[in-house]
Design a protein around this ligand. Structure first.
Ligand SMILES: C[S@@+](CC[C@H](N)C(=O)[O-])C[C@H]1O[C@@H](n2cnc3c(N)ncnc32)[C@H](O)[C@@H]1O
Length: 199
C-alpha cells in the first residue's frame, strides 16, 4: 500500500515537473553565495546536497558530503538515509516536495529560494511549524546569487523542534565589494577573507 502511494506520488511529481519544467528549475547558485551559505552555517556531521547541479555548494562543503542529482541518476526522493544537514537551492517547481522530504530526513535544512515559495502557502507554514521553526532568514540579491530574475530571494535555515525567535537580516553586509573589471565584481568574505569572483 505504502509502495503504491510512493509510486503514485513519484508519477505525479514527474508529470508536474514536465508540465512546470522551466529554466528556473536549473538556476545554478553563484560561488560567492554558495561559499557564503556554507561558511555561515558551518555544517557538521552528515551533510547532503540533494540536487547538486554543477556542484556550486559541493565546492565549499567538506569532503565526504553526500549528494544527489536527477540528471546523474540520483533521485533525492529515493534517498532515505538520515543526515544532519541539507543545504541547497532546490528546483522551484518541486520546492514543496523538496522541503517535505528534507524535513523527513534532516534536523537542519538550509534552502535558498524566492521568499514567496515559503510564505505564499499556508500549507507550507503549517508543515514548517510541525517540523520545528525557521531559525534564520537572510535576504540576498538575486543577481548576487547568479539568478536572472527579480524575485526576492532568501536563505532559510529550518531546524527541527526549533521554537525560538527567527533572526532576519540582509546578508550582503558580509561581503566587501572589492573592485570591478568589466562586468566581474570581486568580493571578499568578511568571515574568512576569501576573495571570490561574482561569475
Ligand atoms: C535550481 S538547480 C540548483 C542546483 C544546485 N543545487 C545549485 O545551487 O547550484 C536544481 C537542480 O535540481 C535537480 N533536480 C531536479 N529534480 C531532482 C530530484 N528529484 N533529485 C535530485 N535532483 C533533482 C535539477 O536537475 C537541477 O540541477
Amino acid at each position: 500500500m505504502i509502495d503504491q502511494i510512493n509510486n503514485t506520488q513519484a508519477i505525479i511529481r514527474s508529470k508536474m515537473q514536465k508540465i512546470t519544467n522551466h529554466n528556473y528549475d536549473k538556476v545554478m547558485t553563484s560561488d560567492i553565495v554558495a561559499h557564503h551559505i556554507v561558511h555561515q552555517f558551518n555544517p557538521s556531521g552528515t551533510i547532503l546536497e540533494p540536487c547538486k547541479g554543477t556542484g556550486s555548494f559541493l565546492k565549499f562543503l567538506p569532503n565526504g558530503t553526500l549528494w544527489c542529482e536527477i540528471d546523474e541518476g540520483k533521485d533525492f526522493f529515493k534517498f532515505n538515509e538520515k543526515v544532519d544537514w541539507i543545504i541547497t537551492n532546490p528546483p522551484y517547481s518541486l520546492a514543496r516536495d523538496f522541503m517535505i522530504h528534507s524535513f523527513e530526513i534532516s534536523n537542519n535544512v538550509v534552502l535558498l529560494l524566492p521568499a514567496t515559495k515559503i510564505f505564499a502557502s499556508g500549507g507550507k507554514m503549517f508543515g514548517i511549524n510541525q517540523y520545528g521553526g525557521i531559525k534564520v532568514i537572510q535576504f540576498v540579491k538575486p543577481k548576487l546569487c547568479g539568478f536572472n530574475f527579480g524575485w526576492n530571494v532568501a536563505i532559510f535555515h529550518f531546524q527541527k523542534d526549533y521554537r525560538g525567535m527567527t533572526q532576519i537580516n540582509y546578508e550582503f553586509n558580509k561581503f566587501e565589494w572589492l573592485n570591478q573589471i568589466g562586468t566581474m565584481p570581486f568580493y571578499r568574505c568578511n568571515i574568512c577573507n576569501k576573495v571570490l569572483r561574482y561569475k
